[in-house]
Design a protein around this ligand. Structure first.
Ligand SMILES: [Zn+2]
Length: 438
């Protein structure tokens, strides 16, 4: 009797599992190294800013083999067919500013009880949620204990699902700055592992990040919103320090991403030759002009203001952080429009980890509200971000030879960009991670 009951429970449990996996939240992984034919009703060609109708995308293993009009193509008999003929197919999305190991419910003092190892394990869930949301590549810009490097390697080894990750290791910054740890009193001797003052110490720190696996170098050029005791607008690294960092990083084949809110820090970071300026909240006309002249990417995170001010101290944000956000949030959105009109290059980056992982696409609404067309916003999160990451030949568009990173949405994102928050199909490297398709 007992056994029978157990059997009933077990089969009930199993059938509910089956039910779940048959719905849109299914995480079905079809093994790579096989031929897949995708019928795409609408295909967004981000390189030429146009929509192609009724295309057949052939995937051979990890890569895209061909894109041809469906009407004139015969489908190989050995191919697995995926029918997305009622959907819009886009390249996998790219977020150039995430912190996969950051828990959005544990900011400020509530973060102090979390070990680097626990944060790395939290990152496993964040990586899965990010991939499920259609973000097949992220640039992680700063984590403790090289947890982002470990996440990248574990995902690449197939241990668990996640986006391809470009890791930074520790973010470099001045003593007491945004990238230092400033929550504890002096007797705790808590100094951020990315702290490096002076050009040579900073060069040495770049070498250390590269040694332990960083794909790019993240620095803090100015103060920040979520750090204690600094003004977000104030410059922190000097021009001389940033020049040393950029020279060293580029010599080692690493790009540099500079966190910067204030105008002078933004301008000096661009003069020093950084590859992207993150946040860019208080960028002025000079900064926009310099960014345009140097071809520097601006990565402006204009969604998370909603989360920071909405959650407030419940998510652990410091009272001073909330004050800084109230001061800076709207200015950043207005300056997004100014930078766009001024002709600066812009790539999608959201600061996921400040807010819940997987909500990355909520930012599209604001990108369109503050001046981009839906196509421009999609380009920022695909081909532009791929360019910033130095991966333009491999990802960022649906093109023969590139990695098969594709997503689909049921409605038209060019008519309503917010449909990108409801991704129904995710393929990375030719493997399917989410599908509602037959
Ligand atoms: Zn950040």
């Amino acid at each position: 009797m007992k056994k029978n009951l157990q059997h009933v429970f077990t089969s009930l449990f199993c059938s509910s599992l089956l039910l779940v996996s048959a719905t849109a939240v299914a995480e079905e992984k079809v093994a790579a190294k096989q031929l897949i034919a995708i019928k795409a009703g609408r295909l967004i060609d981000v390189e030429n800013a146009r929509v192609l109708r009724d295309q057949l995308i052939m995937i051979d293993g990890e890569r895209i083999a061909a894109i041809t009009p469906l009407a004139t193509t015969s489908i190989p008999v050995n191919a697995t067919m995926i029918d997305l003929s009622k959907a819009t197919v886009l390249p996998g999305l790219i977020d150039a500013h995430t912190h996969l190991t950051s828990n959005p419910r544990q900011h400020g003092y509530s973060s102090l009880g979390t070990s680097n190892v626990r944060a790395a394990l939290y990152g496993v869930r964040a990586a899965r949620d990010t991939l499920n949301a259609g973000f097949t590549t992220v640039r992680d810009v700063g984590s403790e204990g090289f947890a982002d490097v470990a996440l990248r390697d574990a995902i690449n080894d197939g241990d668990f699902p996640g986006p391809r990750v470009l890791a930074s290791g520790y973010a470099l910054g001045i003593k007491g700055g945004h990238c230092d740890n400033n929550l504890l009193p002096p007797e705790y001797n808590d100094v951020g592992k990315g702290v490096a003052d002076g050009p040579w110490a900073a060069r040495s720190k770049v070498r250390e990040m590269a040694k332990y696996g960083a794909d790019q170098i993240k620095i803090c050029a100015t103060g920040g919103v979520l750090s204690k005791g600094d003004a977000a607008g104030a410059q922190q690294y000097t021009l001389e320090e940033m020049q040393a960092i950029v020279q060293e990083a580029h010599k080692l084949g690493r790009k540099v991403a500079a966190h910067a809110h204030g105008a002078s820090g933004i301008s000096d970071a661009i003069r020093a030759g950084v590859d992207s300026v993150e946040h860019s909240s208080l960028i002025d006309a000079e900064g926009i002009q310099l960014a345009k002249q140097h071809g520097t990417w601006l990565v402006m995170d204009i969604y998370n203001d909603d989360y920071i001010l909405g959650e407030g101290e419940k998510a652990g944000f410091l009272p001073e952080s909330l004050e800084k956000e109230r001061e800076i949030g709207q200015k950043q959105r207005d300056n997004f429009r100014a930078a766009l009109l001024g002709g600066a290059r812009m790539a999608f980056g959201s600061d996921a980890g400040v807010y819940p992982h997987g909500d990355n696409a909520k930012q599209f609404y604001y990108m369109v509200k503050y001046g981009m067309t839906p196509m421009q916003a999609i380009q920022a999160a695909t081909i532009n971000a791929a360019d910033l990451l130095g991966q333009k030949e491999k990802i960022g568009s649906i093109k023969a030879g590139k990695f098969a990173d594709l997503i689909a949405v049921e409605a038209d994102p060019l008519a309503d960009v917010t449909v990108l928050t409801k991704v129904s199909f995710v393929m990375k490297n030719g493997s399917i991670y989410k599908t509602a398709a037959k």
